[in-house]
Ligand binder design. Sequence first.
Ligand code: BG6
Length: 485
Amino acid sequence: MPFPKNFLWGGATAANQYEGGYLEGGRGLATSDAIKGGDKDHPRKYTVKTKEGEILELPREASLPEGAVGYIIPGIYYPSHQAVDFYHHYKEDIALFAEMGMNSFRFSMSWSRVIPDGMEKVNEEGLAFYDAVVDECLKYGIEPIVTIAHFDVPMYLADNFDGWHSRKLIDYFLHFAEVLFEHFKGRVHYWMTFNEINILRSWMQLGIHDVSPQVRYQAAHHTFVASAKAVLRGHEIDPENKIGMMVAYAPVYPLTCRPDDVMKSIEQMRLKEFFIDVQVKGYYPNYQLNRYERNGVKIEMEDNDLDLIAKGTVDYIGFSYYMSSTASADPNAEKTGGNQMASGKNPYLEASRWGWQIDPMGLRISLCQMYERYHIPLMIVENGLGALDTVEEDGSVHDSYRINYMRDHIKAMKDAIELDGVELWGYQPWGHIDLVSAGTGEMRKRYGFIFVDRYDDGTGDFSRRKKDSFYYMQKVYKSNGEVLD
Ligand code: BG6
């Protein structure tokens, strides 16, 4: 039997894309509240107010003028404000997850719901919401897997401290993590500190105003120290806690066997491996230190930072896998879409409508690469196909394209366990219930096995319906991965 008996079959979401209820229950604002929807060809925009009182709309990858603060323009549609309203549908959703055969569920807890300004005072009503969610999961035997920070920062910390650029965030984050570890002790055993720590670069994700490499990498250092401290405290509070890191992983193949292309692929792999090296091996690798020096990036550290990083290494690697990419020494080599950034095109692969290259074998390759390099357990915490779905007159959704995608990727995962001996703890496909896209803010880029009646113009009644893929995944989950065809 390739899948161990306690294999974690689940699904994955994030508060800012799924939860909604953005002003309910005493929640404070988060950076993710001030970002509008876009689409494949039009980037999402932030709405901010300058010191002079001017309202600006800035593309996601832009820096903000100094002193600008997040601003919500009254009366316009922001996708995350209601998202797909898990806030009011959690009982119905978790019952559906149980019906689908899920024995685990990955979600994030919104920092500004639990601590509205991000600093100290806990909002009991916010915590009570997550109590209800966790208890509802446990009622069905669903193991909660919690991401502590997933692409949002309390707005107060972004506005007043420049987000993760400030060292102060380390202690505020640690306090938030401690509140969660204490409160959910014995009920939540699986945690991840930062979602896709290697692609954090924007105001929304880090709360930083200047997105230059100097500021971004200083912020990354602060997230490393914060994560290490959280791992150490989390283990002290409950030695049963399993605390992981989370990386956006996509193997980068050399476009050709030309040695220069191979070297490029090594360099591009380091953009992921650096973050794993720090959090799993516990030190800054030479290639990154040299890169900083070449690019004039200077990281300010306190005396015991490196010691903390060495001690606070993670228990497992959680990773998202959607696609592979190629690297070429030729700057004009063809590009296609990708997760938050373009990727090198591979002539052997098909791509989704958003240009993400579909590569099931790439998942097996990723599992082998990481397991053989780091020798610690892995968990796939995101995977899936963003696609346009059509609801038929009778309410059904025939998403055979998604079923094919899932089947091929689960088979690849099975091979990695059975043939390659990879230690894999679980599989949490992304957006197993439709939610807002992080990259484009669209609703129509759907990943779910459960369709949610919500559209890009802000209409829809939030009703849920099962797609064909729901029944397919149910078969897979209930047979512990035995039935795939
Ligand atoms: C990952 C994120 O980048 O990919 C998720 O952790 C995100 O938040 C997912 O939603 C899919 O990306 P997108 O842009 O299709 O939503």
